[in-house]
Every structure is written in C-alpha cells, then in structure tokens.
Design a protein around this ligand. Structure first.
Ligand code: SF4
Length: 398
C-alpha cells in the first residue's frame, strides 16, 4: 500500500503557456493574472477587471467582459480560455442532491456533489483523480491515483456548481444557496496541498467568489505534517476522517495510520490554530457493523479526544458494489451517539444523501484509470476475449 504523496511533477498535466496551446485563466493567482496582462502588452491593473469578471460575475467567455477594449478581448481570445471543467454527466437524486462527473482537458474525470439544505448547501469537491490511500470502507480508495487536480480544476468544480444553480454574480449578502465547501470528495487534499491551497485562496478572495474560511472545511485522513501547514496558511475548518479510537482498529481500516499513528494525529489536532468551543474539529466516524461500533469504542473515543474542542459526525456506512462492510444497525448507531452526547460531545448522525446516485460519503469513484503496461495488456486481452465471445454468441444465434 502506498501512502506516500505522489510527486507533483509526475501527476499533473503540463502547464500551458502563452505560446502554443491556449492557456486557462481559472486557477491563476492575482499575481499570475497580472503577468498574463503584462505578457499581452497590457497594464497589470487589467488583471483586476478580468478577475472581477471571472470570479465575481462568473463570465465564461471574454466576449462578456464588456469593459475591456476590443483589442484586449481579441488578444485574450486568441491565447486563452476562461476555463471550466466540462460536465460529462449530471445526476440529481430524489433528495435533490446533485452530482456532476467533471471531465478535464486531458480527459480525466472526477466527481463533485452538491448537498442542498432548505436555503443553503455544501459543495463537496474532489482534489485528486483517484487516491493513493486505500481506506477499506471507501469506494474511491479502490481507484488508483491517476493524478492531482490543478488549482484551476479545483476552483472550476465550484464554479460549475454555481453555474448549474445560476448563482452569479457572487451574492453580496449572506444568502447563498451554495454556501459552503467541503473538501471531502475524491482524493486526499493534503497530498495535493499546493494546488488545494492555491484554489482555496482564490475561492476565499473577497473580490471574487468570496467564500470565507469559516465556510470551508478540509477533511483529511490524517496527513500530520500538512495539517500544520493547513492551519497556518489557510485557517479553514478541519475535519478528520478518524473512524476508530485505537491504532489496531484504525490501521486495519485506514492503512495511513501506520505512517501517522493516533498519538501524532491527536497532537496535530491539539495544535490546530483557532480552536475553541465555537470552532471545533469535526471527527468523522463511519459506523461499521462489528468493527468500530461498540460502546467500548465510544468510550475510548472520548478519552482519545480529551482536551480537543471536538464534535462528531457519525456516518452510517454507505455500501458500494463490492464493499466488504455492513452498516451498523440503527439501535447501535443511536447508542453510540448517546454515549458521546453524555460525555459532552455533539454527535450528529449524518443522514445519507444521494445514495441512489452513488453520491453519498465514500461512494465516489470514476472510471479514470492509470494502467501499467502489464495491466493495459491484460485489459486489451480481456476486451478482445469479450468481443470474441460476443461475436461467437451472435453467430450462434443466427
Ligand atoms: S476516504 Fe479519502 S483518503 Fe481514504 S481512500 Fe477514500 S478518498 Fe482516499
């Protein structure tokens, strides 16, 4: 099992430049956008206008940017696109949860989910195509890492979601349907820290999308060194995929625990900046029948997090094709939640959302794959065999 971060150089598409193929503007920092303007022979302050059009107004083409001169618009059009992932598939659940399969320029895909509440909702964003980790209860964990998503692809997911609900320009009051972001989609965000951080800084900038850090939650399986960076550089809310109160159980279901055991993980949580009773770490805990769901586990959990401003999010296990676990029964989940409540912790049981479209927690997966030469040969062989069998069946039927 590989729990090491994939080297960025190996796993990202080549950057685009002014020369050659069209570059993409979404995902550039303000400084980079100013450099683009300089390279086009424009004054750097033009970057402010373009930024406003892209992130405040949600423009998807340069033609909409009416306060830019014709000449500049033409130069931009000849060299750049604004940039959005394409939607390969969109599904809406019976409970209104919406899931998009986003397709990126190189054909790779990742999923994004919107979970609506009455008058607000959270967009669950992916950070990688596939994942290097293999948390046993997670469908994404069965898909090898293909590559990290770029900052533009991460911001782009949120922008597509806002396109879908027509939430442009950025609302200036607090009323937003797409009011929160949770970095809980495909991938481990802290194994793609640079791009995730760049994307979140773009999203938080108050002259654009302007979503505050209190409305963004980053969820990690426990990449200890990057938790510290996340606290220092971003200050967003932190969620930990915990799922077990002791090292043996956690290592069995989350192999990353071997690298960063609970003692180190809890130390990083204790140091996370800005924690208080109003701003607590969310510990996510998937309820797996017979694995981590007894009252002893609940009591051990209380001991483990002692001293950390904490709340729990109990997640009834969402099955996926081929999964090895069952969800704890309702009475067990409720007893577990009660035990945490009586120790003074909020322990909400998450209502599964979007199960009918496999959009619930731990169910995301795409068919993007990175195959070794041997796997590719095997795959070709299998496909040839399937085609042959189908042909023979067809002949026999004639
Ligand atoms: S839970 Fe997160 S870190 Fe673990 S395999 Fe799934 S996507 Fe990767």
């Amino acid at each position: 099992m590989n729990v090491n971060p994939a080297p960025l150089a190996l796993s990202e598409p080549a950057p685009r430049s002014l020369a050659g193929a069209q570059g993409v503007l979404v995902g550039l920092s303000k400084a980079e956008l100013a450099e683009v303007m300089t390279a086009l022979g424009e004054k750097p302050f033009r970057a402010k206008q373009v930024w406003h059009w892209i992130y405040h107004r949600g423009a998807t083409s340069f033609g909409e940017m009416t306060d830019l001169g014709k000449e500049l618009r033409a130069k931009l059009e000849n060299n750049y696109t604004v940039g959005r992932p394409a939607i390969a598939r969109e599904q809406t659940s019976t409970d209104r949860t919406r899931k998009w399969l986003m397709a990126f320029a190189d054909g790779q895909k990742a999923e994004t989910v919107f979970i609506p509440e009455e008058d607000r909702g959270a967009v669950c964003i992916s950070s990688q195509v596939g994942c290097t980790l293999t948390c046993r209860f997670c469908h994404t964990g069965t898909q090898r890492l293909v590559r990290n998503l770029t900052a533009g692809e991460i911001v782009g997911q949120f922008m597509v979601a806002r396109d879908s609900y027509g939430e442009w320009p950025t609302p200036t009051d607090e009323r937003r349907m797409l009011s929160n972001i949770v970095m809980m989609g495909m991938g481990e965000p802290l194994y793609n820290f640079e791009n995730v951080a760049k994307a979140l800084k773009i999203i938080m900038a108050d002259d654009g999308i302007a979503l505050g850090k209190r409305r963004i939650t980053l969820s990690t399986s426990g990449v200890v060194p990057e938790i510290r960076r996340c606290g220092a550089e971003l200050g967003v809310n932190l969620a930990i995929s915990l799922h077990a109160p002791d090292d043996d159980t956690r290592t069995a279901i989350m192999p990353i625990n071997k690298k960063y055991p609970l003692k180190e993980l809890m130390a990083a949580c204790r140091e996370y900046p800005g924690l208080n009773n109003a701003r607590r770490i969310t510990f996510e805990y998937v309820m797996l029948k017979g694995i981590n769901d007894t009252l002893q586990h609940a009591r051990a959990l209380v001991k483990l997090v002692a001293g950390i401003p904490a709340k729990f999010n109990l997640i009834p296990f969402n099955p996926w094709p081929g999964s090895a676990y069952e969800c704890s029964d309702e009475a067990t989940v409720n007893a577990f939640s009660d035990a945490l409540y009586s120790a003074g912790y909020t322990a909400t049981v998450r209502t599964p959302r979007g199960r009918d479209i496999l959009a619930a927690c731990g169910q995301l997966r795409t068919d993007s794959e990175r195959l070794s030469a041997k796997e590719q040969r095997l795959r070709d062989e299998q496909e040839r065999k399937i085609a042959e069998d189908a042909w023979q069946e067809k002949e026999a039927a004639l």
